[in-house]
Ligand binder design. Sequence first.
Ligand code: AHR
Length: 661
Amino acid sequence: MRRYTELLATLALSAGMALHAQTNEIVIQTKKLGAEIQPTMYGLFFEDINYAADGGLYAELVKNRSFEFPQHLMGWNTYGKVTLQDDGPFERNPHYVRLDNPGHAHKHTGLDNEGFFGIGVKKGEEYRFSVWARLPLGSTKETLRIELVDTKSMGERQAFAAENLTIDSNEWKKYQVILKPGITHPKSVLRIFLTSKGTVDLEHVSLFPVDTWKGHENGLRKDLAQALADIHPGVFRFPGGCIVEGTDLETRYDWKKSVGPVENRPLNENRWQYTFTHRFFPDYYQSYGLGFYEYFLLSEEMGAAPLPILNCGLSCQYQNNGSKAHVAVCDLDSYIQDALDLIEFANGDVNTTWGKVRADMGHPTPFNLQFIGIGNEQWGKEYPERLEPFIKAIRKAHPEIKIVGSSGPNSEGKEFDYLWPEMKRLKVDLVDEHFYRPESWFLSQGARYDNYDRKGPKVFAGEYACHGKGKKWNHFHAALLEAAFMTGLERNADVVHMATYAPLFAHVEGWQWRPDMIWFDNNRSVKTVSYYVQQLFSENKGSHVLPLTMDNKPLMGGEGQNGLFASAVYDENPDEIVVKVANTSDTAQSLDFTFKGLGKKQRITGITVTTLSSSDLDADNTLDDPEKIMPLVDRTDINTTEGWSTEIAPSTFCVFRFSKK
Ligand code: AHR
């Protein structure tokens, strides 16, 4: 036997700590293939919170584009003769504006849109302005000027991109023009004004970057969508979260309103507008421009299984506890039909009603929906009594679809203890668990799933994040503890089939909830350390669990385990062993790996070590310093039949990939 010793001195030094290694003998059984790791194991949770959709991932730059906010001109600044009309071409969005001659050759009529915290544009990129417009009968031609304006400009010109647009029809028609800004501007304004002397009606005013993710019109902001795809998620949950429930049933997410032509998708209030009075955003609405078709398409293009969550007939129980603001069990039919229709929308033949809607939107082939969630953070008997009829109807019509139920908003306690047995009784396939918990919880929950019932429903850790005690913002230590905890998810991959950190996105000027995985402003985005933890687990999830022990016990930071958490997997493609280790202690630790079960002629030939470490536990990446804490990759060739020794720096997460021959 030859044991290799590799001191990761650079890591330890970079963490500024002395090397006080203790000996930790870690044994990996390479031949004992455990549970298969589900392709859905690590995924993404998306909710329109923190301006994640409108103003975020959804690349539309105009706010209140259809003039349907309750204050119809919110986000717009008008001048000259602008009047609001309400008999427009789109039934569910009837309002539009009329621009009239202001009455003097030197005056202008028009309007400016402020965007979401301004309109961010980049030098040299193309932006597609589009508008539905018409002329009054008798008129044949009017001209508009479309500009991107720097309202605070001290330069020669306010407008830094401008085009003319001719309107030439008495019927409603869509017009478009491309703007090419000569500068990068994070907070510009879109200006539209009449340059001729007549009257023009304008509806659904829109501005998108041409270069959206995958180039779709009505598409997604490229940097944000790419960040999601780079996680290689196995599952994509949408549209939330609490917005599934709504503040009341009126404001619940209604998927049927989110499909079809965007111009006719009605506005919905966003409950995060006013959920926290200290983070109140009166202009936060859902345009539904990012709707269920777009969510399915994104899932497909990222290679993730789509997981829609639907309302179960209960509006948010936090906001309506004990009230009658819910659907009576006997009146659930239309809600249940929504679930069945959604399955048809996703998977149905193009000749079915909803399959045709999908096909007409550009996707005749099915989206291969396999999972559906009913209810979000529900509790009490109100939930199972509503869930039951959904389950009966879905099982009857679609036995192939797996159903996700909920264990409520808490990771333990009365409601949780009531709902889990109920979920077993109802035979849901997976149970959604949520835990936004402090450091102590994450450190103590390494064995959480070790004793779960192997015959019951599987676990979907559907929303979780370490919320530091007194430190509810992103920081390295919280991410490290998430990594430590995730080794327990991985070790129990026979029972945990899905896990998604939450929430996903936050606009730096518009957040309601933190920490979040990806932060952004109008032109930039930054991946937090929590993002890299998720990415490292996802990219190294392997195919099967391998037993990994220290003193014959799983390694989960307990007594005598020196703050170490670890899991091991076999990756059949390529043929490698992957070991993830989180050192949550403040001292360096020796790691003596022993590989049991290698074939007679087999040897470990190389190790790739990916390390996430920071000497400042309170630090994280920021928009101004986006690469402060990044995974560092180091590759070493070795040649051993049995063991390898190294050292892991304090407060460090490492992924070791061992290649074999
Ligand atoms: O992720 C933010 C919120 O946390 C979700 O909307 C809700 O499900 C949970 O309470």
